[in-house]
Design a protein around this ligand. Structure first.
Ligand SMILES: [Zn+2]
Length: 454
């Protein structure tokens, strides 16, 4: 966490001292001596006070979000997430909420009302919970794009009024019914569909499996249907076969021994589709390497065929999968000595300038080295610690990974240096009064104790 020791104006200090004192006074009350009716009233007052404070914090976030990223020390949601120790996803949500709930400036400098003006008013009064807000946002997400402006406005006022009276789950039901009133035939246009499309991974589970959320457009579904009809058929792309059938017709015998379920066959067909593309020179170069899976591991783990490797996307890959994938032509490997951390062997399928160095960075840094940053290696840029322009060499000891927004901070007075253990330390410009730091996000094992708990 960053600690901020910037001198605040006296009125700010006084206001927060008073707030702390008031909270302490409430905490000192003897609630065990209260009547139940008073207890419920106390609970309600606490909830309203908390919601008002949340609304105030959103106003601060809205102000921060107007500032240039480089002046606050990186992407807004990442800086806020690190300071508050909340996830980047939650911080991103708060930034978006703050932007919807506070008045904004037009390009000509005119003050414009908030996107959700009635909701914003109730929010500031401490009447709404975050879940109320989610229900209202979901309603507008489901509203057809071509809904007339006055209908949208009336709906927003109506929902804000209902939110002040109902629990979030009740509000959601009311919002769903209201949506049917506005759009009784469920008519949606191409813009609506385009707005809702998406694919997102949830976090990788402890067993290594991942759940993804896909909202497919009709076109993607039609394309996948056509692919699946052929390649998810029994006997096709079966990883249990010595040589999986990926072209031509599977033999009757291959079809007969295929015991996979329909979802499993679809999964394998999708994998065959992507694997067939990766490494193709036609895909070009991404951040200095061919578009393919980059894996790093240690010699011990590879030799014992146990443990897990890490990909350039931050995915943990069981060693059995790594070995199976190694038989494919177009994967990049970095194998490291466990104790020295030195690269022993850099496997590669074709020579590209500094590709070796990038693979080493994938293995050493695994991702952006800025403190707390979650950007994986695949989307990181190579940064010269001693700047190239200032005569810095393209030597591996002078190179490190930084994501695009953090790499840009170098132009805003941030400096980097290598620590004796090879980690990259980021040093903020003095006026930010932040501590220098390194990033353990991509090396979770460093947080763990040396010995297993039992
Ligand atoms: Zn970064």
């Amino acid at each position: 966490m960053r600690s901020i020791q910037v001198a605040a104006p006296p009125e700010v200090v006084a206001a927060f001292d008073a707030l702390d004192e008031a909270v302490a006074a409430v905490g000192a009350l003897d609630v065990s001596a209260l009547d139940n009716r008073v207890r419920l009233r106390v609970l309600e007052r606490l909830e309203t006070a908390r919601r008002r404070q949340v609304a105030l914090s959103h106003e601060v976030i809205a102000e921060l979000a107007k500032q240039d990223q480089a002046d606050v020390g990186g992407p807004h949601h990442k800086v806020i997430g690190d300071v508050l120790r909340i996830s980047y996803a939650e911080a991103r949500r708060r930034v978006r909420n703050a932007q919807q709930l506070t008045p904004r400036m037009s390009i000509s400098g005119q003050q414009m009302p908030a996107d959700l003006p009635a909701t914003a008013q109730a929010w500031r009064q401490g009447v709404l919970d975050d879940q109320h807000l989610r229900a209202i946002q979901k309603f507008f997400g489901d509203l057809p794009d071509q809904t007339p402006v006055d209908v949208v406005k009336r709906a927003e006022t109506f929902l804000a009024q209902q939110a002040a009276k109902l629990r979030p789950d009740q509000l959601e039901k009311v919002a769903d019914r209201y949506l049917v009133l506005i759009n009784p035939d469920g008519k949606f246009c191409d813009v609506d569909r385009a707005r809702r499309r998406g694919f997102l991974w949830c976090a990788q589970r402890a067993d290594g499996m991942s759940i993804g959320k896909l909202t497919a457009s009709p076109e993607l579904r039609a394309n996948l249907d056509a692919w699946m009809a052929r390649f998810a058929a029994p006997g096709m792309c079966d990883p249990d076969d010595q040589t999986p059938v990926v072209s031509g017709q599977p033999s009757e015998e291959a079809t007969g021994r295929d015991a996979r379920t329909h979802p499993q066959r679809q999964h394998d067909a999708l994998n065959a589709l992507v694997r067939g593309q990766l490494g193709d020179p036609k895909l070009g170069i991404h951040n200095g390497l061919p578009v393919t899976v980059i894996v790093s591991t240690t010699l011990t783990e590879l030799a014992s065929a146990t443990g897990q490797a890490v990909t350039g996307g931050g995915t943990l890959l069981p060693m059995s999968d790594v070995i199976a994938m190694a038989s494919h032509a177009y994967h990049y490997f970095a194998i490291f000595n466990d104790t020295t951390g030195r690269a022993l062997h850099l496997g590669r399928t074709r020579r590209i300038a500094s590709a070796d160095q990038r693979i080493v960075l994938h293995a050493k840094d695994r991702g952006c080295t800025f403190p707390g940053c979650d950007a994986p290696g695949y989307i990181s840029e190579v940064h010269h610690i001693n700047e190239w322009a200032a005569g810095g060499a393209t030597d591996i000891d002078n190179l490190t990974f930084g994501c695009k927004p953090h790499h840009k901070l170098i132009d805003k007075g941030w400096r980097t240096r290598k620590l004796p253990n090879g980690d990259t330390q980021w040093i903020p410009p003095p006026q930010l009064e932040l501590p220098a730091g390194t990033n353990n996000f991509h090396h979770v094992e460093r947080y763990l104790p040396d010995a297993p708990p039992n």
